[in-house]
Design a protein around this ligand. Structure first.
Ligand SMILES: Cc1cc2nc3c(=O)[nH]c(=O)nc-3n(C[C@H](O)[C@H](O)[C@H](O)COP(=O)(O)O)c2cc1C
Length: 432
């Protein structure tokens, strides 16, 4: 039997594929579409749905919000936490991961919110730990600029330490519900943490019952060496972008090395690689769909605006028919590196057209794509894929193509699970 791999789906609380001919009438803001979506993922036995989040209206592309709002790129975007609660209530096995930034939430509130969500989800909640990557987001929280990456991660280290202590501030058996003695909780099992760090101070204890998983599952997406180090030390699952087999293998080997050096079992971290399968009834049909997407008049602008949004670099300033100059960012360095394919000599137009390719060919029939995903995983060594769609645009149609076409093809090959063996997200992630 081949080795099984894990599956997540990367999405966000946005208007979906709002102008697609087969997605009319999508009313996203009551969250019901996303509950249906999550139920489809649960039928397909995904490990988790991952709700991305950012906290600004980007003006990075061309110095205006026009492109971001026109294409609905990462905005409008609603809060993932209430949506996570709704999804949790409408599912019973699927993990539900929401993104919250260490820049934005006071640690106490974040610990309390995630413990509450882990209860609502009966132990299936995950926190995607991000430090934010945009000056515009920092400006919504009283800062002039985003702190430099090193400082953000130094603060995040302390932040995670603090929230973990808050999660531990209630013993697992603190709730006694002793009717005879009239005790709901035993005060000797709930303790202050008296945390005083360089950046944060918090007395504790949490005023929330210990969460079913002890602490929620931790998801992270470090791309820079510092970010990878943070992820290797803290994450139960890492979501990663990388180009091609070599890029994926190199990334996974690196975080596994770092995890082992930090005293962790590397197998406790599941690295899921972001991919964008494009399916059709024949390979020709899938290729035609892909070509139609990348050659549509607005695609290049939307692709560049989407990279501008997460890197704070204005890609409208560069010549489309020349290679990019070498760039760095205080934002998402990993996403920039993946997009730019440094040293490839490709023009900006080519790079934009390959924005959603991941350097691997996942275009074809469900059976063809399933075969390629199996080969790819074997070459990379594990652990799974984070499926998404270009610009995270979803419709019921594309969800069905994946969950009722591709996933059954993977299951027939023994590559992904056909039923859940566990009930909490961390255990689901470590089931194999
Ligand atoms: C698949 C994936 C999903 C991400 N989701 C978010 C997100 O929801 N919100 C956010 O602020 N950053 C998100 N990021 C950015 C990461 O948190 C991180 O900043 C980025 O990968 C760059 O790594 P670095 O921080 O080490 O430079 C995501 C990155 C990847 C690869």
């Amino acid at each position: 039997m081949p080795k099984k791999f894990h599956l997540g789906w990367f999405t966000n609380f946005t208007p979906g594929d709002w102008n697609h001919p087969f997605a009319a009438g999508l009313p996203p803001w009551d969250g019901k579409f996303y509950v249906d979506f999550a139920q489809a993922l649960e039928r397909a036995c995904f490990d988790y749905i991952m709700l991305e989040d950012t906290l600004m209206v980007s003006e990075a592309y061309g110095g205006t919000a026009e492109a971001a709002l026109k294409h609905a790129i990462l905005v409008p975007k609603h809060d993932p936490c209430p949506l996570a609660a709704l999804i949790a209530a409408g599912t019973s096995r699927l993990g539900v991961v929401a993104t919250m930034s260490t820049m934005a939430y006071p640690p106490f509130l974040l610990a309390r919110l995630s413990a509450t969500l882990d209860h609502i989800a009966n132990g299936r909640f995950g926190w995607n730990i991000v430090t934010s990557g945009e000056d515009a987001a920092a400006q919504n929280f009283g800062m002039e600029k985003l702190p430099p990456r090193e400082l953000r991660y130094e603060m995040a280290d302390e932040y995670v330490d603090l929230v973990c202590r808050l999660f531990e501030s209630w013993d697992a058996d603190a709730v006694v519900q002793d009717r005879a003695r009239g005790y709901y909780a035993d005060h000797a099992k709930v303790r202050a943490i008296d945390f005083e760090g360089k950046y944060f101070k918090c007395r504790g204890p949490l005023n929330t019952v210990r969460s079913p998983q002890g602490r929620p599952a931790f998801v992270q997406a470090g791309g820079s060496p510092r970010g990878r180090e943070f992820a290797a030390r803290t994450a139960d699952s890492i979501i990663a972008t990388a180009n091609g087999i070599e890029g994926m293998k190199g990334y996974r080997d690196d975080v596994r090395r770092r995890a082992a050096a930090a005293g962790r079992n590397p197998d406790d971290i599941k690295v899921l690689f972001l991919v964008y399968p494009m399916l059709g009834e024949t390979r020709e049909e899938a290729l035609a769909k892909y070509d139609r997407m990348v050659s549509s008049p607005l695609f290049i602008e939307a692709a560049l605006a989407s990279v501008s949004t997460v890197t704070d670099i204005d890609f409208s300033q560069f010549d489309l028919d020349k290679p990019l100059p070498k760039l760095t960012t205080n934002g998402e360095q990993g996403s920039l590196d993946k997009f730019a394919q440094w040293g490839s000599g490709k023009t900006l137009r080519q790079l934009a057209m390959e924005r959603f390719s991941a350097g691997v060919d996942l275009i074809g029939t469900p059976d063809e794509v399933a075969d390629r995903m199996g080969e790819l995983m074997e070459a990379v060594g594990g652990d799974g894929f984070l499926i998404s769609t270009p610009f995270q645009r979803v419709s019921r149609r594309v969800i069905a193509e994946i969950t009722e076409g591709l996933i059954p093809a993977l299951q027939r090959r023994g590559l992904t699970r056909t039923h859940y063996a566990e009930t909490t997200l961390r255990k689901t992630l470590t089931e194999f």
